[in-house]
Ligand binder design. Structure first.
Ligand code: NAD
Length: 246
């Protein structure tokens, strides 16, 4: 098992990529703090990990709120005695062009999708340092590096996540590695429910000719979080079926 003995927090773990990653982390031997605003699905994720023989607790967390993030990080320590991996994965976004986006939309998107990555990381660092080493893994996006019309706040936030990954990596090396995953179009609810059906349009530009599965992001997350990626920091792994190679 590639994460045996590790303690991991996964935010946004009630659904999609976070859910798949929390499950894989547990299968690889990690004890997992499942963090999300969605209490019902968050509890279900932790229960399913336990039913499969793994270890997990659910901690209700709104990553936009500082006291929640503090409690989330402290839960890892009080329940499992430490923290080795922080996976900042939760996000919130509402479509809108740069011109149309409201101040409220901009603020909430940036708070949940970018500010939370900084704040959770800041709060986690003292715990990661107690172990002597650790990993901060951020879910960025292909839209950290290429354009997505009509999603200005989301794109700004995800560009920030990638820049913050580099900034933190420089500050925290060599003890703590800071890495990112940049998914392409992945088969999760927000993509499936997109009323404008952007999937067809997107797939026309994906050399692999299909949408990705959350488990394929989880596999990349296990690698980046594990000691096998011991010399990787300050960069991101694009998992997009070749979309950005064009
Ligand atoms: N699905 C894709 O195609 C795709 C592509 C690129 C990047 N991503 C990124 O992957 C990550 C996961 O997305 P997903 O597709 O699995 O979406 P999802 O909607 O399935 O999961 C997002 C989770 O975040 C939680 N969440 C929302 N607001 C929160 C808050 N304030 N506090 C805590 N949790 C909150 C939701 O409850 C949900 O469980 C996001 O960072 C997203 O930007 C996804």
């Amino acid at each position: 098992m590639r994460l045996a003995g590790k303690v991991a927090i996964v935010t946004g773990a009630a659904s999609g990529i976070g859910y798949a990653t929390a499950k894989r982390f547990a299968e690889e031997g990690a004890r997992v703090v499942v963090a999300d605003v969605n209490v019902r699905e968050g509890n279900a994720c932790a229960s399913q990990i336990a039913a499969a023989g793994g270890q997990a607790i659910f901690v209700e967390t709104d990553v936009g709120k500082e006291p929640d993030l503090r409690r989330m990080v402290e839960s890892a320590f009080s329940t499992y005695g430490g923290l080795d991996i922080l996976h900042n994965n939760a996000y919130w976004a509402e479509p809108g062009t740069a011109i149309e986006t409201t101040i409220e939309n901009w603020q909430h998107t940036l708070d949940v999708t970018l500010r939370a990555v900084w704040l959770a990381s800041s709060l986690a660092v003292p715990y990661l340092r107690r172990r002597g080493r650790g990993v901060i893994l951020n879910t960025a996006s292909v839209h950290s590096i290429v354009g997505l019309p009509g999603h200005a706040a989301y794109q700004a936030a995800k560009g920030g996540v990638m820049s913050l990954t580099r900034a933190l990596a420089l500050e925290l090396a060599p003890e703590i590695r800071v890495v990112a995953i940049l998914p392409g179009s992945i088969d999760t609810l927000p993509v499936r429910d997109d009323p404008r059906n952007r999937i067809e349009e997107f797939l026309a530009n994906v050399p692999m000719g299909r949408i990705g599965q959350p488990e394929e992001i989880a596999s990349a997350a296990v690698f980046l979080a594990s000691d096998e990626a011991g010399y990787i920091t300050g960069t991101g792994l694009v998992v997009d079926g070749g979309y950005t190679a064009r």
